[in-house]
Design a protein around this ligand. Structure first.
Ligand code: CDP
Length: 629
């Protein structure tokens, strides 16, 4: 483990006493996590110690890490293990348990445990509309978003983590224009990421250049009293709908894109794409995601994320060690299913445990995809790279599903399986398909999706959702990955300025995989040093002639990849992730609003469930976990 990794680990994960001093070693920390997760298997008649040792091995070999809250929470009195939650907000101040201030209370309690929250504000009546109780005017979703933001600003999260939150507003909500610009000043609403919930109908209106209605149920209608559903549910219930304003769809779309070009927000979430693969449509429609956008959840649901470290699954001679990857996926899937039982959630919000046990969602993903691509010599972003990423993620999903079926055989399916897409009596789930036909053979063992369909029919499945690719902001640092989650590497070499008691200390970093490749290529120490100094200028080796062309071809970093290639990588992986994935579409500084618009449309057409963009240099305050940790 590198010094940096160990420091982060000790700072963030190791338990401390009242005096702030560590009360456990790093090894004891790993054992605490392994043992306390394995412990729940006692009720399934398993040998807890034997399993705990397996978990300990996979953690200490850095082949798999769960999300940070599992490290900080396992075996502690707090015991909250999940990174993300979604809470419902209905259009009342707090009469209902889902009302505005009731949910704020629930969210604050979750924040204290280190969990992030996502909310849809779409059910709140527009600003200025009538409030019966006070005969006054409604605050509206953006007003309440500010209230939430202030409240969360004051709530320090458990451990060393501060709260991330996501606010979603539908594109047909009358206040959407205000929402789109509510973070123009990047110093406002700092505790929230914001995303517009986009529908297919809206994208079609953009394509066809037609008008777009901003609508909400008529709050003065007697039928609206006590109603707490969505716009669509209001329509279905015969509640009159009022059109507040009609805009040109393209104008609204351009507003969103211009704002995102300006400082990366709002992101967009494609609601229909997400709901097309909603595993439990009989329970709810998906309306919101967690703070970083990779996890769609229903009301009160959480997801414990975990990531297999692809940089620890290298095979010899630039190959992939598929068998070890398979074994890691099998064990990690079991680990995450155990987390669903081991999690104490937040006892003061009992709906959380109920929702978690009903669908038993888990979110297994990867980190270090870029490392594996450096190792195998495949360029991130290229067509070959898109296929490689798809093949890897397909393999993870396939083995996660087989394991989840085995777990169902052993201990039962998730309780809400009847009526879901996995209902053994009526399986409507369709095996995933690649976006384009594969043409490469990287030695991957054959995949037979029919065995999954047959398995579900025979035994059901343990988890309503199995895969998600998280940002892995902290765990990838601890695991020593060069690439976070499924992202490309950010820079091959850079200088980091650290304030050391008032003195500016310069620390340099060089990608170990890059150095290794240069050495293997026969470059000596001096040649390497000279060349790396040039790479430090902007982190890329593309303009450094001394780098052998063969290496330059695949040692690409984020800025070397076009926005279109970023989107195509996202879409290629999305095809095999049942939830979603955390991915930023990076644009170079000269990108135009039109470029951003093209990327949004492409993402929608290719079936992505959302898109987040960042134009280099567009934010005053760039928080790069890569450098900050
Ligand atoms: O690497 P680590 O497990 O710490 O977390 P991550 O993969 O970077 O983030 C996973 C999820 O945790 C995010 O999508 C958020 O939902 C949540 N999170 C948060 O709420 N607050 C943070 N400061 C970081 C992450």
């Amino acid at each position: 483990m590198t010094d940096n990794a160990r420091q982060v680990l000790v700072r963030r994960y190791v338990r401390r006493g009242d005096d702030g001093k560590p009360v456990e070693t790093v090894e004891e920390m790993f054992w605490r996590v392994a043992y306390n997760i394995a412990r729940v298997e006692k009720s399934y008649g398993q040998d807890v110690n034997a399993l705990a040792e397996k978990y300990y091995d996979i953690l200490t070999s850095r082949k798999f890490f769960p999300n940070s809250p599992t490290f900080t929470g396992a075996g502690t009195p707090l015991g909250q293990l999940a990174a993300c939650f979604v809470l419902p907000i209905t259009d009342d101040m707090g009469k209902a348990s889902t009302g505005i201030f009731q949910t704020l209370r629930d969210a604050a309690l979750i924040q204290q445990t280190g969990g992030g929250n996502g909310f849809s504000f779409a059910r709140l009546r527009p600003a200025g509309s009538l409030v019966n109780t006070s005969a006054g005017q409604a605050t509206g979703p953006i007003g309440f978003l500010r209230v939430y933001d202030h409240a969360f600003g004051e709530v320090a999260q458990g451990g060393s983590r501060r709260g991330a939150n996501m606010a979603v507003l539908r594109v047909d909500h009358p206040d959407v224009e205000e929402f789109v610009t509510c973070k123009t000043n990047e110093h406002s609403i700092t505790n929230f990421n914001i995303s517009v919930g986009i529908t297919d109908a809206f994208m079609q209106a953009v394509e066809e250049d037609t008008d777009w209605d901003l609508r909400f149920p008529d709050v003065t209608s007697p039928k609206y009293k006590g109603f707490s559903g969505t716009l669509e549910e209001a329509e279905a219930a015969g509640i009159p709908i009022r059109v507040y304003k009609t805009v040109r769809a393209r104008d609204l779309f351009n507003k969103i894109v211009t704002q995102a070009h300006h400082n990366g927000e709002p992101g967009v979430l494609f609601l229909d794409a997400a709901n097309r693969t909603n595993p439990v449509p009989h329970l709810y429609k998906l309306e919101a995601t967690n703070p970083c956008g990779e996890q769609w959840l229903g009301p009160y649901e959480n997801c414990c994320l975990g990531s297999v470290n692809l940089s620890e699954h290298f095979g010899p001679d630039h190959t992939v060690d598929w068998e070890s990857l398979r074994q890691s996926v099998v064990l990690s899937t079991r680990f995450l299913d155990d987390v669903v039982d081991a999690n104490l959630y937040v006892p003061a919000v009992p709906q959380l445990r109920e929702a978690a046990l009903r669908a038993r969602r888990i979110g297994l993903g990867v980190m270090g995809l870029a490392d594996l691509m450096y190792h195998t010599g495949i360029r991130y972003g290229s067509i070959e790279g898109q296929e490689f990423a798809a093949q890897v993620i397909e393999f993870v999903r396939y083995n996660a599903m087989l394991t989840s079926i085995d777990l169902a055989k052993e201990r039962g399916s998730f309780p809400a399986i009847a009526g879901s897409i996995y209902d053994p009596d009526n399986v409507t789930w369709q095996p995933p398909q690649p976006l384009f036909a594969y043409t490469h053979d990287w030695g991957r063992p054959a995949i037979d999706w029919t065995s999954v369909s047959e398995g579900i029919k025979a035994h059901g499945i343990r988890n309503a959702a199995q895969t998600t690719i998280a940002p892995t902001g902290t765990i990838a640092t601890v695991a020593g990955c060069e690439g976070y989650g499924c992202e490309p590497v950010f820079a091959l070499a850079y200088i980091r300025h650290v304030n050391d008691n008032g003195k500016d200390l310069q620390l340099t970093y060089t990608s170990p995989l890059f150095e290794k490749a240069l050495t293997e290529f026969g470059l000596d120490d001096d040649e390497r040093k000279a060349l790396i100094e040039q790479v430090m200028a902007d982190g890329s080796c593309q303009h450094v002639d001394a780098v052998p062309e063969e290496l330059r071809d695949y040692f690409v970093v984020s800025q070397d990849i076009t926005a279109e290639e970023h989107v195509r990588m996202q879409a290629a992986m999305q095809a095999f992730v049942d939830n979603s994935l955390s991915k930023t579409i990076n644009f170079n500084a000269g990108a135009t609003v039109d470029d951003v618009s093209t990327a949004y449309r492409l993402a929608w057409k290719l079936g992505c469930k959302g898109i987040t963009v960042y134009v280099t240099g567009s934010r005053e305050q760039v928080v790069l976990e890569t450098l900050a940790t």
